[in-house]
Design a binder for this molecule. Structure first.
Ligand SMILES: [Cu+2]
Length: 313
């Protein structure tokens, strides 16, 4: 408890909520007529979220193929074991064979696994290269992990930047999702190859977006990258996936996928709203009045973090 109460939340809400809501609401109205689809975890979900990027589709196909393969191998090995236990029990086979080598069997148990690994490699290596191929992206966004929120930058669209914070339980409304919705969304166009540069300003985080097949570490002092092409308008939810401190569970990622036209309109609005880009990796001076606000907020957030189970009722 002592550890949690020393957590510095002062930075957390610094730029959030400063006039952002009104403009965001206008934009929300603008895209309200579009079909709403939301990709998020479901209670008792047993499989992946629906794939909504070409990368994720390939991953799911590969995963399913591996499942068949693993199932067949497991069944075969289980069958062999059961047969050996039954056929060569002490009762049925009182005098064990003294055979130690059998060239044919040894060749088979080397060659067949090699063959299987080559087959797996034929599918997995192209997928690995593909996930790394961020060349010819239509646009680039930069994602910066922070304790405990995300900052997004749009270097191709005037280099504006903003922070995205979890919406606390008591402020959830409409179709917002508890512990997944943020006050600002990472807005991206559908059907475009989006290159995502991922880094961190403090500790290790990880940018993970299940429906889009993206999971990449956010490492201070290093830039990682991933790409995806979103196929459908809607909301996509993900979470930080590298334990990063007391607020780890409270820094979700919300992507709002829109058409190119809506995206262009949003960029114009966002560029004004988030006026000038600041160097997000530089230390941020905290002004006094904002610091006070942050302190007030900190007590709320700290209690929320200290008793996460209280939020789960
Ligand atoms: Cu984290």
């Amino acid at each position: 408890m002592t550890m949690i109460s020393t957590v510095n939340w002062s930075d957390m809400k610094r730029t959030a909520r400063l006039g952002g809501f009104a403009a965001a609401a206008v934009f929300a109205d603008m895209v309200a007529s579009l079909p709403a689809s939301a990709q998020q975890p479901e209670p008792w979900q047993m499989n992946f979220q629906e794939a909504h990027s070409s990368l994720m589709e390939q991953m799911v196909t590969f995963h399913n193929f591996l499942l068949y393969l693993i199932f067949a191998i497991s069944l075969f090995v289980l069958g062999l074991m059961l047969y050996a236990v039954f056929r060569f029990s002490e009762k049925r086979n009182p005098t064990p064979s003294r055979t130690t080598h059998n060239t044919m069997i040894e060749v088979l148990w080397s060659v067949i696994p090699i063959f299987l690994l080559v087959v797996i490699g034929l599918f997995s290596l192209p997928l690995l290269f593909n996930s790394d191929d961020t060349v010819d992206a239509d646009l680039t966004v930069k994602v910066i992990g922070r304790q405990w929120y995300w900052s997004y930058e749009y270097p191709d669209h005037g280099d504006f930047t903003f922070d995205a914070f979890l919406i606390p339980d008591e402020e959830i409304k409409g179709d917002q999702v508890r512990l997944l919705s943020t006050d600002e969304n990472l807005v991206l166009p559908i059907g475009k190859k989006v290159r995502v540069l991922v880094t961190s300003s403090d500790v290790l985080h990880a940018f993970a977006m299940p429906a889009l097949g993206a999971k990449v570490d956010a490492v201070p002092g290093r830039t990682n990258e991933i790409w995806f092409d979103i196929d459908e308008v809607g909301m996509y939810y993900g979470q930080c996936s590298e334990i990063c401190g007391a607020g780890h569970a409270f820094m979700p990622i919300a992507i709002q996928a829109v058409t190119q036209a809506d995206f262009d309109a949003w960029v114009i609005e966002a560029r004004e709203r988030f006026a000038e880009a600041e160097d997000n990796l530089a230390p941020r001076p905290v002004r006094n009045e904002l610091d006070d606000a942050a302190q007030n907020n900190a007590s709320h957030r700290t209690s929320m973090t200290a008793h996460p189970s209280a939020n789960l009722r």
